[in-house]
Ligand binder design. Structure first.
Ligand SMILES: *[C@@H]1O[C@H](CO)[C@@H](O)[C@H](O)[C@H]1NC(C)=O
Ligand SMILES: [Ca+2]
Ligand SMILES: [Ca+2]
Length: 303
């Protein structure tokens, strides 16, 4: 169980921040898991790479011929595909056979698809998805969350309203931690640093820790301005493929996938966040579901 939690947190850490701050983010998240400190993050054998969920990132196939022995060495394929050469020695990406994926070393490598089927690993999942490419079924299939499929409790209305309270507070703390750790200025840009500095130096800031929902709600009301930037920042972190002011299911994955097994309101929260139901979460929708007022939504904050 412990490894599992660390695994999730490493993932969350990867998605949200640079590896150097993973343990800090872990501290933020695992307030009820005191065992976390004993485990060395770097030594965790089950860490997976940042690109693990980037199913939609098509690596542009290279046009020019590369005169190397094996043309596949220079030819990158997206997840679920592998490179093969045809008769004329031209490399191309073809669907990977799931049986060629490395066998999973345990449950913690399993992933659950939106078809509520457990796949041995994300490799197995993406290989399967590739084989369904072009079909309606393949189009609808996404990686839903990390871990074997399980029963996820229904999220009640009252619980749903708690989700943004904790998430906002967490985002603010992640940023403050990044600021504190960022001696070399490479975790945050200069502009971001200035914004977070203001939050960090604000004496009224609610310190990181376990807080009641009442206190979180009260703080949001009183110190509303401190939450505007963290909400924008997280959106910018996710809106990368492409950077267009909209989050696709895949772009949201690094945040959702590790969170769903721990927070049963995750799916419903992000579903309802897409207010116009067009399958994309626009910045305005995102800001709104975190309680940021319309007049404070500012594309320029995403730098
Ligand atoms: C998904 O699968 C799990 C495990 O097999 C099961 O317990 C759960 O009820 C399923 N969920 C849905 C929505 O069918
Ligand atoms: Ca996008
Ligand atoms: Ca939308």
């Amino acid at each position: 169980m412990r490894v599992w939690i660390i695994f999730l947190l490493c993932l969350a850490g990867h998605a949200m921040a640079a590896p150097a701050v993973e343990d800090a983010i872990m501290e933020e998240l695992v307030t009820e898991e005191p065992v976390a400190e004993e485990v060395e993050v770097g030594a965790n054998p089950v860490q997976i790479e940042i690109g693990e969920f980037d199913e939609a990132i098509e690596v542009v196939e290279e046009e020019e011929e590369v005169f190397t022995e094996n043309p596949c060495l220079e030819h990158h394929c997206k997840k679920g595909k592998v490179c093969e050469v045809d008769e004329s020695n031209t490399p191309m990406c073809v669907c990977q056979d799931p049986s060629s994926c490395a066998p999973a070393e345990g449950d913690f490598e399993h992933v659950c698809g939106t078809d509520n089927k457990t796949y041995d690993s994300s490799c197995h999942f993406f290989a399967t998805k590739c084989a369904l490419e072009g079909t309606k079924k393949g189009h609808k299939l996404h990686l839903d969350y990390i871990g074997p499929c399980k029963y996820i409790e229904t999220c009640l209305d009252s619980e749903l309203s708690e989700f943004p309270l904790r998430m906002r507070d967490w985002l603010k703390n992640v940023l403050v931690t990044l600021f504190e750790r960022d001696e070399d200025n490479n975790l945050l840009t200069e502009k971001q640093m200035l914004r977070v500095k203001k939050i960090f130096e604000n004496e009224k800031r609610l310190q990181a820790g376990e807080h009641s929902l009442d206190l979180l709600a009260h703080d949001f009301e009183k110190n509303y301005n401190m939450y505007i930037f963290p909400v924008h920042w997280q959106f910018g972190q996710l809106d990368q493929h492409p950077v267009d002011g909209y989050l696709t299911h895949t772009e949201l994955s690094p945040l959702r996938a590790p969170l769903i097994p721990m927070e049963h309101c995750t799916t419903r929260f992000f579903e309802e966040c897409d207010a116009d139901k067009d399958k994309y979460i626009a910045l305005e929708e995102w800001a709104n579901c975190f309680g940021i007022k319309e007049q404070d939504v500012d594309k320029d904050l995403i730098i």
